[in-house]
Design a protein around this ligand. Structure first.
Ligand code: C5P
Length: 443
């Protein structure tokens, strides 16, 4: 993962069993390009060692307020000033209570009092402790004091109980952080002037790699250029953009959060995680249709007995169709697919639009020289259901050959028009009420 510019994050760890997940969280934050310094409470060290966090962050871990050696380096006030964000994960019930009362009896609470940084915590505790009126009061007070609380999630607990109190998974914490004001790029134009301001757009891009053995994989020639152009254009229009990228050699566009994946399975996992938080999901990736049924643990050797090698492949999940099927009310994004075809462009695109349950499809003819795969230019035909009725006519817009950058903006214009239309119409996405959608567009 990479964000446009790394932030200075102070990761506070308190004494919950979920502390073991904080190691993974520290790793994800580092991988995203942030500077991470860790402060652990005494109790946290019973669950995970400072050495683990030191190895993962490359920084000495601070555990004590009264450590002359550490204070001689970066004193606690200096550390409080250094942080742009304080993230406490896990935050125990006791730590929450102490923060509510402004205690400063250890390094972590002192830093929280002394720092002007943005403050976020991921509570984790037994479900009865979380439900206790005292914790409910404390959570409300912390929010009133400016803390952002992430979670907790509900489910099985380490103590055997089931209920709310599980720390959010590290990936979900990192996703949520990206939505925090600190992570937003400074606006070039006033917020209201940017048409996608307030929208979250998730885009898949590039190829996937399906391993066969430790040294070989199946993949395709997708360059990722169209998906990256869409990500750049969406960010320029003011959207919060998550770019789930297969292996490509492109630079991450400014203000875009990139999540690197390799296989279709990894891409599907990231897509499902982010789709529920997105207003728009655009599947631009060239996802491998099949993967090896069994990935060989060792390099597959040539044999002298036969000139043939048989590989058994199994179908990969159709990521976009799965996202589109998720019709859980407000959490389902507007879903846009791509169709790269060499013949019968419109017919195949129409079929894909219906079969995958998409809200829009961008079709391109990849047989045309100089356009599509690997090139910097592309032309497209955009189709969408003009009505939620089955077999209703399709809205249609032909976008002529142009650079992928300008085409990306034109595609996003189509998406924004449809979203605007669905905001004013009674049904959530596809409706007939807007004559603009189908009649205004060039045939
Ligand atoms: O079926 P086909 O691969 O032609 O569909 C293309 C569209 O479906 C693209 O939007 C692509 O990103 C998406 N797709 C997917 N998961 C797959 C295959 C395709 O999301 N396994």
């Amino acid at each position: 993962m990479a964000t446009p510019s790394g932030k200075r994050i102070l990761l506070g760890i308190s004494a919950g069993i979920a502390a073991y997940k904080s190691a993974h969280l520290a790793r994800l934050l580092k991988k995203a390009g942030h500077e991470v310094r860790v402060v652990m409470t005494d109790g946290a060290q019973a669950f995970i060692t400072p050495l683990t966090l030191q190895a993962l962050t490359g920084e000495a871990v601070r555990t004590s307020l009264l450590d002359p050696e550490a204070e001689a380096g970066m004193g606690h006030i200096e550390l409080a000033r250094w942080a742009e964000l304080i993230l406490i994960a896990p935050a125990t019930a006791d730590l929450m209570a102490r923060l509510v009362h402004g205690h400063a009896d250890d390094l972590l609470t002192t830093l929280c009092l002394a720092s002007q940084a943005e403050k976020v915590m991921a509570p984790a505790m037994n479900q009865a402790m979380w439900r206790h009126p005292a914790t409910t009061r404390n959570a409300r007070q912390l929010e009133a004091d400016g803390w952002q609380l992430l979670g907790p999630a509900a489910g099985d607990q380490a103590c055997g109980d089931v209920g709310p109190g599980r720390m959010l998974e590290p990936e979900a914490i990192v996703d949520a952080l990206f939505m925090a004001p600190l992570f937003k790029a400074p606006d070039a134009a006033p917020a209201e002037a940017r048409p996608a301001q307030g929208l979250t757009v998730t885009i898949t891009a590039g190829p996937t790699r399906e391993p066969l053995d430790p040294v070989r994989y199946l993949s395709n020639h997708s360059s990722g250029k169209m998906g990256y152009a869409l990500a750049e254009a969406a960010a320029a229009l003011g959207a919060t953009v998550h770019l789930i990228s297969g292996p490509v050699t492109l630079a991450t566009p400014n203000s875009v959060r990139r999540i690197n994946v390799s296989s279709a399975t990894e891409m599907a996992e990231a897509a499902h995680r982010l789709a529920g938080q997105s207003d728009v999901f655009i599947g631009c990736a060239a996802v491998a249709d099949y993967r090896a049924a069994n990935v060989s643990e060792h390099k597959i050797k040539k044999t002298t007995e036969s000139d043939e090698l048989t590989l058994t492949l199994v179908k990969n999940p159709d990521i976009i169709a799965e996202v589109a099927r998720h019709r859980s009310g407000a959490t389902r994004p507007f879903v846009v697919g791509f169709a790269a075809e060499t013949r019968d462009l419109e017919a195949y695109a129409q079929d894909k639009l219906a079969r995958k349950g998409l809200d829009m499809i961008v079709a391109n003819d990849v047989s045309q020289a100089g356009l599509g795969f690997g090139s910097d230019s592309n032309a497209a035909l955009v189709l969408w259901p003009a009505s939620s009725e089955p077999h209703s006519p399709l809205g249609r817009r032909a976008l002529p050959a142009q650079t992928k950058a300008t085409l990306a903006t034109a595609i996003l214009d189509c998406v924004l028009e449809r979203l605007e239309h669905s905001d004013t119409a009674s049904s959530p996405i596809a409706t007939t009420q807007n004559p603009k959608a189908s009649s205004q567009d060039p045939q």
